[in-house]
Design a binder for this molecule. Structure first.
Ligand code: SF4
Length: 326
């Protein structure tokens, strides 16, 4: 897998939202830099976890990859094709191959439609299946695939529990035979016992179909379980990206260290050798973020250079880190 060409390549992605002021003459006075120069790859069949506190730009990154949010700069390359500025028509085949799984499946599923119609709808849009009967049969197969009974196809969304709704959302996404699922906090709204079932479902579907996941979450235990590699985001930037085991055993960036300090790892020796660090204060706003390293107002290791110069993400072999002191 490490030598496979990437399925998704994101290069220098920026998503800035202009901020205007003035009643008569509106003028731009700044920009919220929600995503500010993010680069990563996802290989076929791989899970890349994207973690960080709420508001760090991880969900906006997912939306931009799907072209549901316009990029201000950078490139999104899917299976070798630059889709950053593709027209709607040119984007269509790629849209089919990249599907989104939402945190709140209830909000994403039409309560007036039967489950069969919810699952069949994208098939109609993308001309998959030739007849209503064929699409209904496929919807029933997909329900079985995600652990629901095929006869549930005639029911409505409000008749299902949160975990079952998430399964329906996954079945709908699978109806497109995607290569990549962008999962945005897909289990955080579910009870802990149900979370484990949905995580297991994601894993078995990955084994079965070779799916790649961009797995966006703030729950570090879930991300650890799911991911092959993990990118840590802070205020619109990736500050560290590493293999799962390397990151959890030896986080190098002070923010990663603080984030992971709260997670217990099963190996007591590793646990004892892992740097323990804590940070205080709120995450600053993405409008006018701190100069230099954005983490410097909260970083216990900050030096003079940190407020002056922005650290670049440097490749250190197993890990890439953006910190002047690493
Ligand atoms: Fe802390 Fe400086 Fe490293 Fe930023 S660059 S994480 S402020 S030590």
């Amino acid at each position: 897998m490490p030598h496979d060409p990437p399925l998704l390549s994101v290069e220098g992605l920026k998503v800035h939202f202009p901020v205007h002021a003035g009643v008569i003459r509106r003028r731009q006075v700044g920009a919220v830099k929600a995503v500010d120069g993010v680069s990563f790859t996802v290989r076929p069949g791989e899970t890349l976890g994207l973690v960080g506190e709420s508001g760090c730009g991880k969900s906006t990154t997912g939306l931009a990859v799907l072209r549901m949010q316009a990029a201000s700069a950078g490139r999104i390359v899917f299976d070798g094709t630059d889709i950053t500025h593709s027209s709607r028509a040119a984007l269509r085949p790629f849209r089919r191959r990249m599907q989104m799984i939402y945190q709140d499946p209830f909000g994403a599923l039409d309560p007036r439609m039967t489950v069969a119609d919810i699952i069949a709808e994208p098939m109609i849009v993308h001309n998959i299946g030739t007849s209503r009967a064929e699409r209904r049969d496929r919807a029933q197969d997909l329900l079985a695939m995600v652990g629901l009974r095929p006869d549930m196809a005639t029911r409505y969304v409000h008749e299902f529990s949160g975990g079952q709704r998430q399964r329906i959302g996954i079945a709908r996404a699978l109806s497109m035979q995607p290569d990549l699922l962008i999962c945005d906090e897909p289990v955080s709204a579910l009870d802990v016992s149900i979370q484990a079932q949905i995580v297991n479902l994601f894993e078995s579907l990955q084994d079965r179909f070779g799916l790649a996941y961009l797995f966006i979450a703030h729950d570090l235990a879930v991300v650890r379980h799911m991911s092959d590699r993990i990118a840590v985001m802070y205020l619109g930037k990736i500050v560290e990206i590493a293999g799962r085991d390397a990151l959890y055993a030896r986080p190098l960036h002070p923010y990663s260290q603080a984030l992971l300090a709260s997670i217990a790892i099963p190996d007591p020796e590793l646990e004892a050798s892992r740097p323990q660090i804590s940070v205080t204060g709120e995450v600053p706003g993405a409008l006018n973020p701190p100069s230099g390293c954005r983490f410097h107002p909260r970083c216990p290791r900050a030096a003079a250079v940190c407020a002056r110069e922005e650290p670049v993400l440097r490749d250190l072999g197993e890990q890439a880190v953006a910190c002047h002191l690493v």
